[in-house]
Design a protein around this ligand. Structure first.
Ligand code: ATP
Ligand code: 6CM
Ligand code: CA
Length: 581
């Protein structure tokens, strides 16, 4: 196949003669005078058009029957993005004959198809016109639609008129022939797509989502995110920048990034799914406060963060967690989950042992939660500033390394961060470290554990207050929850058989609430859960991480050196090789 696709000839770029070579993986052209080569991986060619073509800001075509234009990904290092910011590169070539021109176009298009098996041809796009700075519609029409058109993608676009419209559409409507679904919005819109696709897939597979022990079926459709929200945490963590053009190009190339998903349950019922944050205490309070100030747009989080910090609260709780295998990885190992991550690839191999290509990805068998060699649950109890579970690093522009910098996107685990009660300056130090490269876990009142599941409950006597705390919140207990019945199994029952290795810790409150009262008259003793930006209607929950339940059109963060390659050398893209081997 490689030799069939090879083509080599002289081509002209402007008035300069070049030697152009198409091998299986690369398209190179070398200025014969200057000996300077530009090299584009075939998998990063966006489109090949007849004539001299421009697409942005508007499409123009100058018909010249010996010319063709190649569009490809060009890495930019603007603004310290280390090459993670992508732009559309283009080069116009002239051939000595029309026959040769047609041969180049045909060979390049065939090579692209062969080397990018997951490129979408049909997408369903949901635009939230009210997300972030309310620029979703404009972002899509001016920056994204022209790229989809260039790549020959047919897209059906729905501008939403209400919350949960995208989720409901995915649950009920015909999705035949679609390759993926795209949201133009923030984490909330992504979450709608996540819920719609996961539930649709489980319904079709006849699985009960309420049972945390059930191995859920991975979703067959890819999800693309065009960032147009306030935090855009999922986009930032999986792509490395918040940039609609970069994200559109990842979609066009059919990049594929598996992602772990956490299911959150309360009293035998599934409540929600999460990928970025299930957080109690500080992050729950910030969200609850910020909902009152939605009119401020993205600034609402800064304002609410300050107010909640000043209120100086901590909360009693019991946290139980099921540790992941410490021999595989640790949240303190200072590694980063980068594009082509070996740890995540090993999880893929464990999950899909017989899959040699992505087509068989979704028919694999899974080991169930309860059959897993589970290990022992650990129990801690005390007063916490915050309790956070994240399935990935959860980085965002405010926190470029994220809540847990060494967490992995697709390893089947989450990181549990416990911040015990401490004095206000200590907690400020913890928060501030999220904005720098300083280790936020290297503090005496902070613990981090890599886990497969967690359970949170209130110390006895606090349950009534929990009810009061969630009643009246958006998404309180009277709002919709999943209704089909499920049963607890394995994990929860084993909690009562506590064995060695389990501990009970109790931290005393270490500080007088001297700042309390600035924004509240009485400090509540129960917080709320922030689940990817939604308030959960329950305080006592169980969370379980599902390995690689969904796939995004992304490739994770490319490391600095590879990403800085600006097409002007011949660096092989190892990720593509791993993906295609
Ligand atoms: N037409 C609509 N009217 C009102 N709400 C909508 C509409 N479409 C979607 N939504 C809801 O708006 C919420 C917020 O949207 P989105 O996530 O796009 O932006 P954001 O909140 O500004 O960003 P982030 O989630 O990144 O903080 C989502 O949870 C979604 O359910
Ligand atoms: C002294 C400086 C202090 C600065 C502290 C910065 C800490 C930043 C950590 C950011 C963690 C983001 C976790 C992601 C959460 C998203 O799923 C969710 C939905 O978009 N966003 C929020 O809940 C919004 C949550 C906003 C929290 C501030
Ligand atoms: Ca993970």
């Amino acid at each position: 196949m490689e030799t069939d696709l090879r083509l080599e000839s002289s081509l002209w770029v402007g008035n300069k003669r070049h030697r152009a070579v198409l091998t299986g993986w690369y398209f190179n052209w070398t200025d014969v005078d200057k000996k300077k080569t530009i090299s584009v991986p075939v998998a990063e060619v966006v489109g090949v058009e007849e004539g001299q073509v421009q697409v942005l800001p508007q499409k123009t075509v100058v018909e010249k029957d010996k010319d063709f234009t190649v569009f490809y990904v060009k890495r930019s290092s603007t603004g310290g993005s280390s090459g993670l910011l992508w732009r559309l590169g283009q080069t116009q070539f002239s051939c000595p004959s029309r026959v040769l021109r047609d041969q180049w176009i045909k060979q390049l298009r065939t090579a692209v198809k062969t080397h990018s098996p997951l490129r979408p041809s049909k997408l369903l796009v949901f635009i939230n016109p009210y997300g972030g700075k309310k620029r979703g519609r404009q972002i899509y029409s001016s920056l994204v639609a022209p790229l989809f058109e260039l790549a020959g993608i047919s897209s059906n676009v729905i501008v939403t008129e209400r919350a949960n419209q995208a989720r409901d559409h995915l649950l009920k409507k015909d999705l035949t022939d679609l390759d993926g679904v795209v949201c133009v919005g923030g984490d909330g819109m992504f979450s709608e797509l996540l819920h719609g696709l996961i539930d649709r897939t489980q319904q079709e597979a006849g699985l009960c989502v309420n049972d945390p022990a059930v191995a859920l079926q991975p979703c067959p459709l890819h999800i693309g995110i065009i960032p147009a929200g306030s935090t855009d945490c999922v986009c930032y963590t999986t792509v490395g920048v918040i940039d609609p053009v970069t994200s559109a190009l990842h979609i066009v190339l059919g990049d594929s990034q598996p992602l772990d998903v956490c299911s959150v349950h309360h009293a035998s019922v599934l409540v929600r799914y999460s990928v970025s944050l299930v957080g109690y205490g500080f992050y729950g309070d910030v969200l609850a406060e910020s909902e009152k100030h939605r009119w401020m747009g993205p600034l609402r989080y800064d304002y609410s963060g300050t107010m909640v910090y000043l209120s100086n609260r901590s909360y009693q709780g019991v946290v139980e967690y099921l540790p992941a295998d410490p021999l595989l990885s640790s949240p303190r190992d200072k590694t980063r989950c980068l594009s082509g991550c070996t740890l995540c690839s090993r999880s893929t191999e464990r999950l899909f042992p017989n899959s040699s290509d992505s087509g068989s990805l979704y028919s694999a068998n899974f080991s169930s939660f309860s059959n897993d060699s589970e290990g022992e649950w650990v129990r801690v109890e005390g007063s916490f500033r915050c309790v956070s579970l994240t399935c990935m690093s959860s980085s965002c522009p405010k926190s470029p390394l994220g809540l847990s910098p060494s967490a992995h996107l697709a390893d089947g685990t989450g990181d549990l961060v416990l911040v015990w009660d401490t004095h206000p300056l200590g907690f400020l130090k913890f928060l501030h470290r999220h904005t720098s490269t300083q280790d936020q876990f290297d503090l005496p009142f902070v613990e981090v554990h890599r886990v497969k599941a967690i359970r949170f409950s209130l110390p006895s006597g606090k349950e009534e207050e929990a009810h009061e705390a969630v009643v009246g919140q958006k998404g309180g207990p009277d709002e919709e929850v999943y209704t089909d019945t499920g049963s607890w199994s394995g994990s929860q029952q084993r909690l009562s058989d506590r064995g060695p290795g389990q501990e009970t810790r109790s931290h005393q409150k270490t500080v007088s609430p001297f700042l309390c009262g600035l924004c509240c008259s009485k400090s509540p003793s129960v917080s709320v859960w922030n689940c990817d930006g939604e308030i959960l209607p329950f305080t006592e929950i169980l969370c379980r991480v599902h390995c690689q339940l969904v796939h995004l059109y992304a490739r994770g963060i490319e490391d600095g050196a590879a990403a800085q390659n600006s097409n002007e050398d011949d660096t092989r893209c190892e990720r593509r090789c791993i993906l295609h081997k």
